[in-house]
Structure formats: structure tokens, C-alpha cells
Design a protein around this ligand. Structure first.
Ligand code: NAG
Ligand code: NAG
Ligand code: NAG
Ligand code: NAG
Ligand code: NAG
Ligand code: NAG
Ligand code: NAG
Length: 379
């Protein structure tokens, strides 16, 4: 793995240099889709990534003078973490999503209660019952960054960089990231409760909540492809299996064989041990081996499998299957399922860039946390 990954990252470094030379522009051209396996088309795909004009104070390689190794520290730490934690990519993707959706990518999701957080409940508490994971990965990476350059690299940059690198290492598309985000000085419990798209949202609600953050239907459908990795807790699936919307029956859109399959996997109701963690369902069986294997990923983890499944009525969450309940999103699902995954990967990369730039704090706003779970006290 290391040599092929290393090669890939070398090329990325080159892309970064070219991008830095090309400044100032707010439309950049790059070829992030380096082949992950011989079976994928090796053609570099030009892609336009539009950077929001509001984010002009983010820069490419913001830490080039203050902490020149910051990005490579994150990258190698992430490679080490993934060797031991197959699930890290999915966990970080979810963590970033929850951070960026609530008042922007400002690491507010990482804050613990107390520690000067103004006596408020935190996003961590609000988000569907503390099912978020991956905080320890960010802490470990931040500790390494602190050892190299104390108080320089923000937790919010650490999170988006770590997530991007985890996606690439899992066979997903590379996307360039601007840096220079700063960390919030508070967490936003109430917003988190109201504006995180829930797993049982219908399609109108999903589209509405994503559009509140500026995402088009197309971007929304591409981001849902992130559900292709990782596992989904049965507590999010059971409501579809037994008493769907109070009907006393399963969700009628679930095909019978798939209903049997999910019911079997989620049949432990946990009555004997209420504190036990929910049993996970694999969103696809190949994910583990693809992510966990130390050879170059097949790339299929970030391929079209998710859209094929949804097309066949086998979306795990209600919100997944709802993509077929609306003409525009259903057309997009069909489009993503219709090629080798290339269209999805391009759109997903673009949408991740956009997500990573949501509502960032820059310049003298916010702070640089040392320990990502606690505020730096103001005095
Ligand atoms: C990742 O998933 C595997 C397989 O389900 C599980 O055994 C392991 O505990 C998970 N690791 C973490 C860190 O959650
Ligand atoms: C802190 O939280 C407690 C419990 O919610 C509340 O009673 C108290 O008024 C809060 N204090 C401040 C300063 O907000
Ligand atoms: C989540 O936590 C809230 C408050 O503690 C509780 O009322 C609710 O039942 C929990 N939901 C699930 C799915 O565990
Ligand atoms: C937190 O940040 C906001 C906006 O960036 C600022 O107005 C406020 O004074 C800050 N509060 C503290 C305690 O630093
Ligand atoms: C979708 O969900 C929203 C929010 O829960 C609800 O207000 C709306 O009526 C639902 N729409 C349909 C078509 O079910
Ligand atoms: C799980 O709970 C559901 C509804 O509460 C019930 O219908 C079902 O029989 C239970 N399954 C098992 C295996 O206990
Ligand atoms: C960071 O702060 C939390 C408390 O908010 C503490 O539990 C943790 O040990 C701290 N981490 C480090 C590395 O000091």
C-alpha cells in the first residue's frame, strides 16, 4: 500500500503547487481522479471546483510557513489509523458532515460540555444520541500536530483534512482543500437538533434541509453516496421493519427478501442489555475487506453500488430509499448507477469541497483550540 499511496500523494502535492501558482482565481481546474485500480479508466478527469467567494480568506496550504508539515502529518497519521480501524473513514465522514452542517466547519461538534462552553448543551449531545464516533482519531492527529507546531493548526482544518485523506485511502476520490479555518468558541445544541437531516426524513424534508446549506438536489444525492461506506445502526432501521409510521406494518417499499434480511440482522431487540451498543448492519459486505485490505482498494467502495441498491429498493434508511420517491432525485440515482461510478465520484468530490467550506471562521474569528474538546479560555 505505502508505495502506491505515496505515489498518489506525490502527484497530489504537484497538483497543489500548480494550484498555488494559479492563484488568485475562484474557479480552479484540476484532475483529482487518479486511478485507484487498473480496472478504472486512467484518464484524468478535468473538473471545475468552484470555491465560494465568501471563503476567499481560506488558502491553499495555509500552513506552508507556520507549520509546513501539517498536511503530511495528517496524511500519515490517517494512514496509520486506517490500518487498525476499518471504520475510520465512515466515522470521520459522518463527523465532518455533522460539524459542517451546524454553523459551518468550525469544529463545534468536537466540543465537550463544560470546559468553558458557557453552560450549554453541545452538538455532541444533540446528535442522534451520541452515535458519532471518530473523536479519538482527531485527538490523536491533533496531538501530533501540537507536538510539531503548538497552537497553529485548527481542529476544524484537522477534521476536514483527515476526512479527505481517509476518503482517498479508502479508495475514494481526492479533492483539494483550502485551509485556514478557525475553531468556534461555542457549540450549537438547538441548531443541531433542528437542522441535521434525520435518517427517517422524507425526500422533501431531505431536500429542504440540504438546500438550507446551499446544496442542490444533485449535490444532495451525491453526498448520500457516502452511505456506501461504513455501517448503519439497527436503531435507525428498525422503525421501518415493524411499525412503520404507526401503521403496525413494515415500510411497504421494502422488497420482501430484503425485509427478511434486515429483520434477521436487526432481530436482537436488546431487551436483555439496554446499554449494549446497537448491532450494526453492514451497508455492504465488501466494504470491510475493501477498506481493511492493505492493498490498493478496488475503488468500488466509492463506486456506484449504493445507487444500484437504491434502484433495487434496497436502501437501508428510509431517507435513502426516498431518493426514488421524487423524479429529480430518482433520475440522479439512475444517472449515477449508469456508468462505472465516475460521475458519482466527480460529483461527490465537488460536493465535499463545498461542504468543507461551509460557514468557516477565518482571520481573527474564533480561536485555535489545543485540545479539540475544550475551548481555549479567553483569559
Ligand atoms: C469496526 O467494525 C468492526 C466490524 O464490525 C468492529 O469489530 C470494530 O469494533 C469496529 N471498530 C471500531 C473502532 O469501531
Ligand atoms: C446552566 O444550566 C443550568 C441547567 O440547565 C441552568 O439552570 C442555569 O441557569 C444555567 N446557567 C447559566 C449561567 O446559563
Ligand atoms: C435519544 O435521547 C433522547 C433524550 O435522552 C431520548 O428521549 C430518545 O428516546 C433517544 N432516542 C433513541 C433512538 O435512543
Ligand atoms: C465568540 O465568538 C463570537 C463571534 O466570533 C464573538 O462575538 C464572541 O465574543 C466570542 N465569545 C467569546 C467568549 O470569546
Ligand atoms: C415530509 O416530512 C415533513 C417533515 O416531517 C412533513 O412536514 C411533510 O408533510 C412530509 N411530506 C410528505 C409528502 O410526507
Ligand atoms: C423485536 O421487537 C419487535 C417490536 O417491538 C417485535 O415485534 C419482535 O418480535 C421482536 N423480535 C425479537 C427477536 O424479539
Ligand atoms: C482534552 O480535554 C478532555 C476534557 O474535555 C480530556 O478528557 C482529555 O483528556 C483532553 N485531552 C488531552 C490530550 O489532554
Amino acid at each position: 500500500m505505502s508505495s502506491s499511496q505515496g505515489h498518489r500523494f506525490d502527484i497530489m502535492a504537484l497538483v497543489f503547487c500548480l494550484l498555488a501558482l494559479a492563484k488568485p482565481v475562484n474557479v480552479i481546474k484540476l484532475s483529482p481522479f487518479l486511478p485507484h485500480s487498473p480496472s478504472l479508466s486512467p484518464s484524468g478527469f478535468p473538473i471545475l471546483v468552484e470555491q465560494d467567494s465568501q471563503d476567499t480568506s481560506l488558502q491553499f496550504d495555509f500552513y506552508r510557513e507556520s507549520c509546513p508539515h501539517a498536511e503530511s502529518i495528517v496524511r500519515s497519521a490517517m494512514a496509520r489509523i486506517l490500518n487498525h480501524n476499518n471504520n475510520a473513514t465512515a466515522q470521520l465522514l459522518r463527523l465532518q458532515f455533522h460539524d459542517c452542517f451546524i454553523q459551518g466547519c468550525d469544529a463545534s461538534v468536537l466540543l465537550d460540555e463544560g470546559n468553558g462552553n458557557n453552560n450549554q448543551s453541545t452538538e455532541k449531545d444533540a446528535i442522534p444520541n451520541s452515535t458519532l464516533k471518530g473523536f479519538d482519531f482527531i485527538d490523536a492527529i491533533k496531538e501530533e500536530l501540537e507536538a510539531s507546531c503548538s497552537g497553529i493548526v485548527s481542529c476544524s482544518d484537522t477534521l476536514v483534512l483527515a476526512t479527505r485523506d481517509a476518503i482517498v485511502l479508502a479508495g475514494g476520490p481526492f479533492y483539494p482543500l483550502l485551509t485556514g479555518r478557525r475553531d468556534s468558541n461555542r457549540s450549537y445544541f438547538a441548531v443541531a437538533m433542528a437542522e441535521i437531516p434525520p435518517p427517517d426524513a422524507n425526500i422533501s424534508e431531505t431536500i429542504r434541509l440540504f438546500s438550507l446549506r446551499g446544496f442542490s438536489a444533485r449535490e444532495t444525492v451525491s453526498l448520500f453516496g457516502g452511505h456506501n461506506i461504513g455501517k448503519i445502526g439497527c436503531e435507525f432501521i428498525r422503525p421501518r421493519l415493524h411499525n412503520f409510521h404507526g401503521t403496525g406494518r413494515p415500510d411497504p417499499t421494502i422488497p420482501a427478501d430484503f425485509l427478511d434480511e434486515m429483520s434477521f440482522i436487526c432481530s436482537n431487540n436488546g431487551s436483555t442489555s439496554p446499554n449494549r451498543a446497537p448491532s450494526p448492519v453492514r451497508s455492504r459486505s465488501l466494504v470491510e475487506s475493501a477498506v481493511g485490505s492493505s492493498s490498493v482498494s478496488s475503488g468500488s467502495v466509492f463506486g456506484k453500488y449504493y445507487y444500484d441498491s437504491v434502484l433495487r429498493g434496497r436502501g437501508l434508511l428510509f431517507a435513502d430509499q426516498q431518493l426514488m420517491a421524487h423524479d429529480e432525485t430518482a433520475d440522479l440515482v439512475r444517472a449515477y448507477a449508469s456508468d462505472d461510478g465516475t460521475t458519482f465520484r466527480i460529483d461527490f468530490a465537488r460536493a465535499m469541497v463545498k461542504m468543507s467550506n461551509l460557514g468557516v471562521l477565518t482571520g481573527s474569528q474564533g480561536q485555535i483550540r489545543i485540545n479539540c474538546s475544550r475551548l481555549v479560555s479567553s483569559n
